[in-house]
Design a protein around this ligand. Structure first.
Ligand code: NCD
Length: 320
């Protein structure tokens, strides 16, 4: 199928068929990541700029690894290493980057809507690697891929009818926002668990919300624990960190109340002992490092789909 999208800004842009296409492509790239020599020439001559105005370990590195494994040239720029710190506007910075003719810009930025803002101004593909609290589509896709790997691939039922609880700092989490939409698109049933102060003021989705964690995990096939975003906290939302941990830290005893064989996800980085107990993070049911591995598979799939999109259109034109 010819990929129809120029940019990946949020998961709401994707149809179920699009999302499944990405997960299928990720599966095929997974095989390359298991080889002794993990490199194929399919994006040779393409270039990708990784522009991260916020810190990142997993997302930035895995996009870099993904690009290089497909033989694309990748160039990384951080906020502190860019002229943003000299007062250059975001618009001027990205127009400058575009003048170097990359095929895609992968961007993380602290402002919600930043990815859309630049996508409207650039001809190259823009992939949102996280914008403020708004969206983190590639994280949701890698989470869905990780779960579908454990629950049988898409053709084996995948996420259909599975119960997933998203737990923690929902208000400040772009990961939660993208996951609620994508998990439901793929047929999963989603519930949220958080204290009232860490829920968005207006909930955009019709999903059950729990404030009691023991109740929330009952009947769940997976729990997705979120990092308490200390750097995004506004004064007063969390008067007492110890109280938060007492009520919302995912412990082994709480996880045991979920369905047998229930899986644990966390996008990382984790705050051990705050939102998640150390032994749960390291337990067999924890897919935290599988998520990181899936991140490379999924980002290879995305780079391939978005960077070869025009060629698919041109080929069609030549053939007709
Ligand atoms: C997340 C992010 O930056 O949104 N991390 C990630 O990309 N793996 C989650 C977080 O920082 O809490």
């Amino acid at each position: 199928m010819a990929w129809p999208h120029k940019d990946l800004l949020c998961v709401s842009q994707l149809s179920r068929q699009d999302a499944e296409e990405i997960l299928r492509a990720a599966k095929s790239f997974q095989e390359i990541n298991a080889r002794p020599v993990k490199k194929v020439p399919i994006l040779k001559g393409k270039s990708v700029i990784l522009f991260f105005a916020e810190p990142s370990t997993r997302t930035k590195t895995s996009f870099d690894v993904a690009g290089k494994r497909l033989s694309a040239d990748t160039f990384a720029l951080t906020k502190s290493g860019s002229s943003l710190v000299k007062g250059e506007s975001l618009k001027d910075t990205v127009l400058t980057l575009q003048a170097m003719k990359p095929d895609a810009i992968v961007m993380r930025h602290q402002a919600s809507g930043a990815a859309k803002f630049i996508a409207e101004r650039l001809n190259c593909s823009v992939i949102n690697a996280g914008d403020g609290w708004h969206a983190h589509p590639t994280q949701a896709l890698l989470d869905a891929f990780t779960l579908s790997e454990h629950w049988g691939n898409l053709d084996g039922g995948g996420l259909e009818g599975r119960n997933v609880c998203i737990l923690g700092d929902i208000a400040h989490s772009r990961v939660a926002r993208s996951n609620v939409v994508l998990l439901r698109l793929l047929g999963a049933k989603v519930r949220l668990c958080a204290p009232r102060t860490l829920l968005p003021t207006a909930l955009a989705w019709d999903v059950p919300v729990y404030s009691d964690l023991d109740e929330a995990v009952r009947g769940m096939d997976a729990v997705m624990c979120l990092r308490l975003q200390l750097e995004r906290q506004e004064a007063g939302l969390l008067p007492d960190l110890r109280e938060y941990s007492r009520r919302y830290c995912l412990t082994a005893a709480r996880m045991a109340k979920a369905n047998k064989g229930a899986l644990l996800l966390h996008p990382g980085p984790i705050n051990r002992g705050i939102e998640i107990a150390s032994d749960v993070a390291d337990a067999k049911i924890s897919l935290i490092l599988d998520q990181v591995a899936s991140g490379v598979d999924v980002r290879m799939a995305l780079l391939h789909l978005y960077l070869t999109r025009k060629e698919a259109k041109e080929e069609r034109r030549v053939a007709s």
